[in-house]
Design a protein around this ligand. Structure first.
Ligand SMILES: Nc1ncnc2c1ncn2[C@@H]1O[C@H](COP(=O)(O)OP(=O)(O)OP(=O)(O)O)[C@@H](O)[C@H]1O
Ligand SMILES: [Mg+2]
Length: 293
């Protein structure tokens, strides 16, 4: 009797699930493309180490110099991707928070993206409700998998999807990491940034055991490296090399005011200051990333 009741309940739940998929309220399913994007999360808990600067200029370099179709997902409620690209992001698109808090009707990130003036680069538009969505996510069953599921068809339309994560390990970052194939960890040469990277690495270990066995660390990217402070750099780099060895990305990003000015001007560094050191280094980073595929 108990078994019968259980299987009856299972059938009932299954039918409900099926109805949900085909409900009249469901948006029509989007056609699949013929690509299969690598999803690259740019993450670390420490704030201000260059996550957004890296996400924006890496995504842009992959589109500009490598002919990739790239989607840049702004998963940070601060909306800095959109501030950094405000002069080139086209109007339109929708809210990522609507996709993330949608009730199981299978909405896709692709439905809300918008194009930019950089050929090949799309972004998710600025979304003031993303912060509230983070709290709502906490109440959802399977909350860690929502972004991954919402990228299923979306990823068939791009070669690379770059996710700019917020500076914490909350539900939004967790969604970014569960959706990711690779994680790039920016880290400036400071003890706090190093311990942030270490905390993220142990979180990635847990995520790979429990939620996303495919996740892999692309590398630890040294950012905001002060070329003038040789002694401090050498000391910190020795520590970094000893702790992380091969995981350290062979391209470093130095302190370069053109990167900050470009962000302020709402353009990527390749348009704002194409001959700057920041432009060269982010271009080199993109070339390295392409060769890691
Ligand atoms: N290599 C660099 N040289 C000089 N300034 C930089 C560099 N990288 C980033 N900046 C500046 O440092 C500040 C923080 O950078 P960014 O916004 O990329 O960090 P973040 O890690 O995304 O921050 P948050 O944790 O708040 O999201 C910005 O003003 C940015 O312009
Ligand atoms: Mg940021």
């Amino acid at each position: 009797m108990r078994a019968l009741l259980k299987s009856g309940l299972r059938r009932f739940a299954h039918a409900l699930g099926e109805n949900e998929q085909t409900s009249v309220h469901s948006p029509p399913r989007l056609p699949a493309g013929d690509r299969r994007a690598t999803v690259l999360a740019v993450a670390t808990q420490k704030g201000g180490v260059g996550k957004t600067t890296t996400s924006v200029n890496l995504a842009s370099a992959l589109a500009r110099f490598h002919g990739k179709r790239v989607l840049l997902v702004d998963l940070d409620p601060q909306g800095h991707v959109n501030t950094a690209l405000q002069q080139v992001v086209h109007k339109g698109g929708g809210r990522l928070s609507d996709v993330l808090t949608d009730d199981g009707t299978g909405r896709e990130v692709l439905e809300i993206v918008t194009a930019t003036g950089i050929p090949g680069l799309d972004v998710t538009p600025v979304d003031p409700r993303l912060g509230a969505a983070e709290d709502l996510l906490g109440t959802r069953i399977g909350k860690e998998f929502i972004l991954r599921d919402a990228l299923k068809i979306t990823r068939t339309h791009y070669d690379v999807i770059v996710i700019d994560c917020p500076p914490n390990l909350g539900n939004l970052s967790l969604n970014g990491l569960v959706a990711a194939d690779r994680v790039l960890i920016p880290c400036d040469p400071s003890p706090l940034a190093l311990s942030g990277a270490q905390a993220l690495l142990s979180a990635i270990g847990q995520i790979s055991r429990l939620l996303n066995p495919d996740i892999d660390v692309l590398g630890l990217l040294m950012t905001r490296v002060d070329g003038r402070n040789v002694t401090l750099n050498q000391a910190i780099m020795a520590e970094v090399e000893e702790s992380y060895g091969d995981a350290v990305v062979p391209v470093q990003i130095g302190i370069n005011s053109d990167l900050a000015k470009a962000q302020h001007a709402g353009r990527d560094v390749f348009e704002f200051a194409p001959d700057s050191r920041g432009a060269t280094q982010y271009r080199d980073l993109a070339t390295w990333v392409v060769h890691q595929a």
